[in-house]
Design a protein around this ligand. Sequence first.
Ligand code: ADP
Ligand code: ZN
Ligand code: ZN
Length: 812
Amino acid sequence: MSKNMQIADVIVDVPTMQTNRPYTYLIPEQFQNDLEPGMRVSVPFGNGNRLIQGFITKIDYVKNNDINLEKYKEIQEILDIEPTVNEELLQLADWMAKYTFAFKIKCLQVMLPSALKAKYDRIFKFIGNDKTSAIQEIFGNDNELVESKHDLTPQKIQQLLNLRKKNLVEVSYIVKDKLTSKKVWAFRPILEKDSYQELSRKVSKNANRQKLLLELLQRLDSTKEYRQLEYANKLNLSSVDFKNAETKGWISRFKVDEYRDPFANIEIKRDEHKILSKEQDEAFKSISRDVNNHVNSVNLLQGVTGSGKTEVYLQVIDNVLKKGQTAIMLVPEISLTPQMINRFKARFGSNVATLHSGLSNGEKLDEWRRIEKNEAKVVVGARSAIFAPLKNIGVIIIDEEHEDSYKQEEMPRYDAKDVAIWRGKYHHCPVVLGSATPSLETRARAQKGVYKWLKLTKRINGKSLPKVHIIDMKEAYKDSPSPDFSIELLNEIYQTIQRKEQVVLMLNRRGYSSFVMCRDCGNVVNCPNCDISLTLHMDSRTLRCHYCGFEMSPPKVCSVCKSTKIRYYGTGTQKVEAELKKLIPNARILRMDVDTTRKKGAHQKILDEFGSQKADILLGTQMIAKGLDFPNITLVGVLNADTGLNFPDFRASEKTFQLLTQVSGRAGRADKDGNVFIQTFNPDHYAINLARKHSYEEFFYHEMKMRHMLNYPPYYYSYKISVSAKNEEQVVKRIYKIGNELKGILSAQAQILGPAPQGITRINNRYYYQIIIKYKKEEKLEEYLSKLLVSSQKFERNGELIVIDRNPNRFE
Ligand code: ADP
Ligand code: ZN
Ligand code: ZN
């Protein structure tokens, strides 16, 4: 064995025995000089030498005097031809593991599209001219070998990889997509345009449908695939017409994944830059100056709804592309609609890659590879798109920066904003955080000059923001025909529909739902596994637990007092819909909530229908508050503004204010004036009153005063530590032990809330207890938490789960 052998540091994936310390493996002779940091390999681990996956983080040569090579185990197999994680992302994973108290392997895995974690096949294609006998031996008469089909041994694969180095073999991946996606019919024109013309002239005069189809085929591009259903609908044809066309040899027909590249066939109109308003121009210039000078600034772009923030993003990105750089644009998952994506594709065409949950695993991998190969230079996506493997980033933009969803609620508990700022530093580029209602943390940093503060104070259409009316439900419901609607709101809905304009109604469902209660003894039907009442679902007539999924049919008799007077309480969207139908029978209503959007693409379908005026009223939960940009909406109604306020959480007011402002912004976006009606039992609450006045600034100062008084963020940093297990006593013991240890290391300036049971103490038969730490600067805290992370795995083997959450979204 030569003495200059290579060894590799590998971060391995051993469940419940994670460590952030890499293990060193010997790189066997046949892989020497083939491996790089960021590649995934499989390695033997533990006494049984079980094969597990890992990431190479470092490659080294064995020092000459270190001849005891036997102490190292050998890397078994290379899983990637090229590094899946580049040098920058390796460093980012290091930082993230420390910053969020996560295992490094989890940080590496979260950066990759899930398809890479799933099974996939490698395809080796011979691309040389003549096969030498050695190549002939591997390929035989084939030109393509599929890893799973051809039973390739590690030796053969190694030979193939060597051939790849000599440019004789090309390697590609296909995902063995476990998601069985729905297949739909597609077709492709296979004749010349002239032939279709010719045929069209020849078909009999009565064959209208054939004529229609032939005319269509003349217009379509024979290099593309088209969905049959789409054109059948457009031209009023049936699937038989397409089948006949296939039989006649006019088209080829085949099945495609329903969701495969949802935009391939949409002809997107190119869209030109708009002339920026003065405010937009100032923001654009300020950010672009930092792009041009490679200044790593963080910018708050605070602009009222409809003020043209997105147009600023588009032009900043355009400037970045012109300089040969790349850009990331994050939006909340729910606003990642085709409408939004089209806005980017209209400007940047195929330079745009999108990453979101509407894509299949295969599609995500395709997009990811396009980014990695520098084929796509603008990435538009939800939270995890912040890890897009772009090089030479010129700007990172996070829209609606106040959204909770930028924080991941499982390990690694990272905040995409923190990651954006880290990558901004790495690439020496500006980061832009945009919002109409910035989080207090961000706005406070802008105030202090830590972030640059850019403002768009006016709506683009020159209109003022919609007029907001507050309705006191303590009074209003008395003379209303319905407990959910005031007369005023009902009248407005009625008149808006009469004018052929559209209505958006929001039911604030945070911590609020329909439930079943006995009228005689007050007994509420609770989930047997959780400390929460079951939610009534009208469509399936079941009671369901939203935490653990438990389901039962509503009882006819009370389990406590045997009374039969069971009543349905609460205001679920289904119930409101039923009521609305009774109150305004001719109204056409679309409902959007978790039940109606469960199916893929359902969300978009509802929006499309509403956009094309197929309904008068869009009734939904929080999910309708964001991103809707429809000119005909002139009335927005909020049925219950309060439910969020009642939450025992320090951000309750902030979240309520943000939500009311967001949903109000849906009204009057074009040339018609908008009106908003907010029904509430707390008409004097500042969050509601200041939302009425559209006064973010007043809200900010008021809320900051409250936070200051109570020592809450942004004046203090925070951690939430929680423990859960099936045995409550075990949980209580552990959390008190942690609490005591913390008291031993924290300074007098820090504050501990708890230990206390969580808001909902029991979920799926596990008990949850927590400690909140509020602090400014603690020397010993991080070290303590790192140790807690490591020891937590020991506890995990006893069924105890410990979670460390830095800057948690909620304290409850
Ligand atoms: P925001 O993101 O702040 O809610 P948008 O960027 O969506 O606002 O802009 C609202 C509407 O105004 C969009 O329809 C957009 O096309 C249009 N718009 C934005 N900027 C301009 C401009 N400078 N001139 C004309 N129309 C504009
Ligand atoms: Zn009862
Ligand atoms: Zn439950």
